[in-house]
Design a protein around this ligand. Structure first.
Ligand SMILES: *Cc1c(COP(=O)(O)O)cnc(C)c1O
Length: 425
């Protein structure tokens, strides 16, 4: 299924239509995108403070991502306000406003901000009073499973679906035991999980569902935010993510009672001035991070449109290269172009690691997200569910994946360079 454009502003339209229609040959498309980018940068210097060409010489290393920052002048008045009020944290005005704005923007009932997604995951598990085993994916960032170990829960790894690279619902049911209390899936790369199947399994077996939605900011599926599925969803606003507050995260939940419990958990478990009712943590987001989030949110439409243009350019350029597979968006709604993973298959002339090294020699630094599998790390590999033979799809993906650079001000000329290198390794 094709991803619907996010925030279809006129600017996004002019950036996207040629590649999206697939009418032009690769080079022409890339050239066109380059021109469109240049025009956007000319006409909207206040939106993107630094033209990519000023900061990305051919010799500069290109990393898998480069955090988006709004113009400093937009942030400055909010900083002054913090200096004036001396309200630095503990649910200050920027924190409150960002929670409200995000719940509006994302289309979700409740948002509880956190200092990062890892703390948020640990508090989410606590808020649902889980025990015993939790079924999860081995194909993710290690924080997903670490949150389980920190909570005294046992991860049970289940293989992933070969198309979406998300937890395979058909395998979840077989892994359920009397000790299972929840499922912790990941919307990997912002690809929606099979949320309906997972909801069905959870309902049949009385399990909770927590989505690690660290990659899924702004993703929509079948007419609503993908974050509205499961009992809780956890977002990350880390510097490397689509929407960043330097460090940050959030739990999305359905009702005020749950948000109230989460708010107490992230504040040491304080009920009021003198009573502590839970073993909480310090998971609070500071006013500095929240203020930045408010300014970042003004630019999210542009950020996503630019990511979409890069995504379209890669797809166009890589089409037809034998042995290279791009992941199609699995959702029925808006994607967020958070990552650009390719799978380097056996038909490609060289192996994934050889391509990785070749690109690095050219100053391009892709990342092997997610290699190794979580289940291959020392603290997990002795678990019965960690056997690689039982996780063949995840093992294949970990051995073949390469995430190519994608970020809002990535120069399309560099995309063209990367495509050429992959075409002629
Ligand atoms: C980034 C990430 C996290 C951790 O987020 P932090 O905000 O850095 O703690 C958790 N899970 C996944 C899948 C991630 O990619």
């Amino acid at each position: 299924m094709r991803a619907a454009p996010l925030d279809p502003t006129p600017e996004a339209d002019s950036l996207l239509s040629p590649a999206a229609r697939g009418e032009l040959p690769v080079q022409a498309t890339l050239r066109r995108l380059e021109q469109e980018f240049a025009r956007t940068l000319d006409t909207a210097p206040q939106i993107i403070p630094q033209a990519a060409s000023e900061t990305e010489g051919a010799a500069d290393p290109i990393y898998v991502t480069r955090p988006f920052l709004p113009p400093f002048e937009e942030f400055e008045p909010l900083l002054r306000q913090i200096w004036q009020t001396r309200i630095l944290t503990n649910g200050g005005p920027f924190h409150q406003e960002l929670e409200a704005r995000l719940s509006d923007h994302l289309g979700v009932p409740q948002v509880a901000l956190f200092n990062n997604a890892t703390t948020a995951l640990i508090m989410a598990l606590r808020a649902l009073d889980l025990t015993g085993e939790v079924i999860t994916t081995p194909y993710s960032f290690v924080a997903t499973s670490h949150a389980l170990l920190w909570s005294g829960l046992t991860p049970v790894f289940v293989d992933i679906d070969p198309v979406t690279l998300n937890l395979d619902p058909a395998r979840i049911e077989a892994a359920i035991t009397p000790r299972t209390s929840a499922i912790l899936p990941v919307h990997c790369y912002g690809q929606p999980c099979d949320v309906e199947a997972i909801a069905g399994i959870a309902a049949r077996h009385g399990l909770k569902v927590i989505y690690d939605a660290a990659h899924a900011f702004g993703v929509r599926h079948r007419g609503q935010s993908v974050l509205n599925h499961g009992d809780l969803s956890v977002l990350s606003f880390h510097a490397t993510k689509v929407f960043n507050t330097f460090e940050g995260g959030a739990i999305v939940c359905a009702d005020e009672a749950m948000k109230d419990r989460i708010d107490k958990l992230k504040n040491f478990g304080f009920e009021d001035e003198t009573s502590v009712i839970e073993t909480g943590l310090n998971g609070k987001m500071s006013e500095l991070n929240a203020a930045l989030g408010l300014v970042q949110l003004r630019h999210i439409g542009t950020v996503l449109a630019r990511r979409q243009a890069i995504d379209a350019a890669y797809r166009q350029g890589l089409r037809g290269i034998p042995g290279i597979r791009c992941l199609d968006f699995a959702g029925d709604g808006a994607a967020n172009y958070a990552y650009f993973p390719i799978l380097v298959g056996p038909d490609y002339p060289i192996g994934r690691d050889a391509l990785y090294d070749a690109l690095k020699r050219d100053g391009i630094h892709p990342r092997r997200y997610f290699y190794p599998l979580i289940s291959d790390h020392a603290m997990y590999r002795t678990l019965p569910s960690a056997r690689r033979e039982d996780l063949p799809v995840a093992a294949m993906a970990a051995d073949q994946v390469l995430c190519l650079p994608i970020y809002p001000d990535l120069d399309p000329a560099i995309v063209a360079r990367i495509v050429r290198r992959i075409a002629l390794p």
